[in-house]
Each structure stands twice: as C-alpha cells, then as structure tokens.
Design a protein around this ligand. Structure first.
Ligand code: AMP
Length: 397
C-alpha cells in the first residue's frame, strides 16, 4: 500500500477549469438544524482556497447522513453553503438539487475563482449505488475531479470512485495529509512501532489486531476489549465485557504475537464498578482478580504508568479506541492519561478510527500529536490492511 504516488491538486493545471471537489461536509446539526461542529468544513478550506486562488471554477459536493436516496430537509447542505460563504468571504451558490437544470445553469455560469455547492449527493440513490449513469452525469459538470473526503474513501460510491472513470482525478490537501500519516506507519516507520487498541469489543477489531500484529513491535490492549484477553489467560473478569466466543481468537492472537516477537501488553490494574453507571461504587484493583458483581470500566494507575513508559520510548504510536468509559468522569483517567502521554512523547503519534479521535480532542491534546485522522471508518479499514477504493481510484504520478 503505497499511496505516496498519488497525484495531488498541485500536479494538474486548474486555471480556468471546472473542478468537481468531493469534500466531507457530513457535519452534525442541532435540533434547530444549525451546524453544531464545523471542524470537517474547516478542514476542507485549504483545498477550496487553493482552487479559487488559482482560478478554478469550483463545484463542491458531499453527502450528509443517510437519506437513503430521498430528499430530507434535515439533511440539506444549505447551511453548509451559508457557512462557507461566510468563511470564504464570497458567495457560495447553492444549487438546491443534486443534478438538474438549476445545477447546470449555476455550474455553466461560474467564473474562475467562483464556488457553488450541490445538494446532498445521497438524495440521489445513484450515489451510493455507484451507478454508471449518475457518475457520468456528475462527472459531466467538470473537467477535473479532486477528492478531499478521506472519511468516505473506504466506500466505492459515484462521487468517490465512479466519476474517476470520466475525469482526470487527483487528491486534495486533506487526503494528502492522511496519506502521509498512513505512510509513516506502513513504510519504514520509526521503531519501536507501538499500537494501542481499546474500545468496547474485540469482535469489532478482529482484523485490526490481526493486521497490526504483522507490522508492530509492541501491541497494547486496553478498554473493554482487554477483558476477553485477560479471561483467555485464565483470570477472572467478573461482569466486565468479555466475549466468550472470542476467547480462542484472543489466545491465537497472543500466540501470534509470541511467534512474531511482538510484545503484547495488557492492563495490570483496573478501575472497577459495581454496576454500569456513572454513579456506581468504584475502586482500583489488580486486573487479574476482578470479583464477581464488579466490572472493569477503566485502566488503573499502574497500567497508566506502564503504557506511558512504552509511549515515551516509542518511535511511532498508532492509537485506536479509548482505555475506558471516558464519557464518564470516574472512568476518564486512563484515556486522558494516554492522550497526555502521547502529547508529551517525541514519537510520531497517529490517532484515528472513531472514539479515540473524539477523546483526544475532548481532552485538548488533538493539536499536540502528529496527526488525528479525519476518517473514522476509513482509518479503521486502513488499520485492517484493506485498500481504500477512493484513494486507489486517484491517478498515479
Ligand atoms: P469503540 O467504538 O469500539 O472504539 O468503543 C468505544 C466505546 O467503548 C466508548 O464509548 C467507551 O465508553 C467504551 N468502553 C471502553 N472501555 C470500556 C469498558 N471497560 N467497558 C465498557 N465499555 C467500554
């Protein structure tokens, strides 16, 4: 998997050309329909500004939510157009439809440096079906395609893969940044290469563990998923999350680690609770003797010390999944401490794949690590060793 060969927006002449730019504007909205987190839109500004400053006619497109091929006012991109007009300080013309006469009229009247935004692509069922007809029509609006939506790179849809059949296709700065981060893990990483895995379940991360064991020097497993491994070693885990049907997988993975000379680290102690509740009674205990009626909801201080030392000595760290129920104050210590250790380490630190990205931002360390991936599912697919079709489809240099 070497994506460094992919063409970027700097490898094509965009001056005076119509450019279809696929962004990830899948932002959350509040009850009133206002955008409640602009981060994803802000991340796309660098590429949009580069295109407009270099005289391109920019046609923006994105999906939002899961409208299942039908119009849904709550998932309209209209508020995104208003926000973009504000921050770009220019009128971003909203077409109010995906494809149709209005879109054609607006696109055809665009001047160099001007920007328009299509309505939510998933209002048309052709998008997710990667339909030939829809892809062709979408591509016919432009002369060049730029993909900057890392969050949807793991999906082969019309706007991520289908259009590349008809247009010269390159990536934007956001995808370029993600590719560089992936490269620092895959190709000649600074060693030791450490993976920290957490989150609720082993079953969600089976392929991730298997793949990472082929490339890392040390693997750390915390969070809810660690109890399946602790139980597989023969220790009591009380009422902690434990997937009995994954015990033999857990044993196989620990055997694979030994075979490959990969250090496999599990929690030494845990913060346990007498029920799954933010107000439960709780105490710290060794992780190999959790009594009946109690469950591990976070890693303990001895574990934090051990994991932090490993992070401090690492060359590269990949982090996916929280160490505990970090949403509750009593069980945020482990996740917060790992985030802090990462921020203080000299290692190349790459965080991604769902909740860990949210956690590191929540604790204010997001800008103190090397890279926080913008693609939850896409980053996780990469951690499973899967190709990302949206990036595959971009032309090589
Ligand atoms: P995932 O989506 O698999 O990364 O899981 C993230 C979720 O795992 C978070 O919402 C955490 O609250 C939860 N989690 C982490 N550790 C535990 C644990 N020890 N017991 C129960 N849930 C946990």
């Amino acid at each position: 998997m070497n994506y460094l060969t992919k063409k970027t927006v700097k490898d094509v002449d965009i001056s005076g050309k119509s450019v279809l730019l696929r962004c990830d504007f899948n932002v959350p909205k509040d009850k009133l329909g206002n955008i409640s987190d602009h981060k994803r839109i802000d991340e796309s500004l660098k590429t949009i500004s580069y295109l407009t400053n270099n005289g391109a006619k920019v046609i923006l497109c994105s999906h939002m939510g899961k409208p299942n091929g039908k119009y849904d006012k709550k998932l309209s991109l209209a508020p995104v157009a208003s926000y973009l007009s504000e921050v770009l300080k220019k009128d971003v013309k909203f077409t109010g439809e995906v494809l149709g006469e209005n879109t054609e009229r607006i696109v055809n009247s665009l001047q160099p440096g001007e920007v328009c935004l299509l309505e939510n692509l998933r209002f048309d069922s052709g998008e997710e079906e990667n339909s030939e007809e829809f892809s062709k029509k979408l591509a016919s609006l432009a002369q060049i395609y730029v993909d900057d939506a890392f969050g949807t790179c793991h999906r082969a849809h019309s706007s991520t893969v289908g259009v590349t059949k008809y247009l010269p296709s390159v990536c934007g700065f956001l995808i370029e940044k993600e590719i560089n981060a992936i490269n620092r893990i895959i190709n000649n990483p600074q060693r030791p290469l450490v993976a920290i895995l957490g989150g609720a379940k082993v079953s969600d991360k089976i392929n991730v563990i298997d793949f990472l064991l082929d490339i890392v020097d040390i693997i750390i497993v915390g969070g809810g998923m660690s109890y399946t491994f602790i139980n597989a070693l023969g220790y009591a885990v009380g009422e902690s999350i434990c997937e009995i049907d994954k015990l033999s997988f857990a044993k196989d993975m620990m055997a694979k680690a030994q075979e490959k000379d990969v250090k496999f680290l599990l929690p030494l102690d845990a913060e346990i609770a007498d029920k799954y509740s933010s107000s439960a009674n709780h105490k710290t205990i060794n992780a190999d003797s959790i009594p009946e009626g109690w469950m591990g909801l976070d890693i303990g201080p001895k574990t934090v010390r051990l994991f932090s030392e490993v992070i401090s000595d690492a060359g590269t760290v990949i982090w996916n999944g929280p160490m505990g129920v970090f949403e509750w104050k009593n069980y945020e210590f482990g996740t917060l401490s790992i985030a802090k250790a990462l921020s203080e380490s000299k290692a190349v630190s790459i965080v991604g794949g769902g909740d860990s990205a949210a956690a590191i931002n929540k604790f204010g360390f997001g800008d103190k690590v090397t890279h926080v991936s913008t693609g939850g599912g896409a980053f996780l697919e990469f951690l499973k060793g899967k190709e990302l079709p949206g990036i595959e489809a971009i032309e090589d240099k």
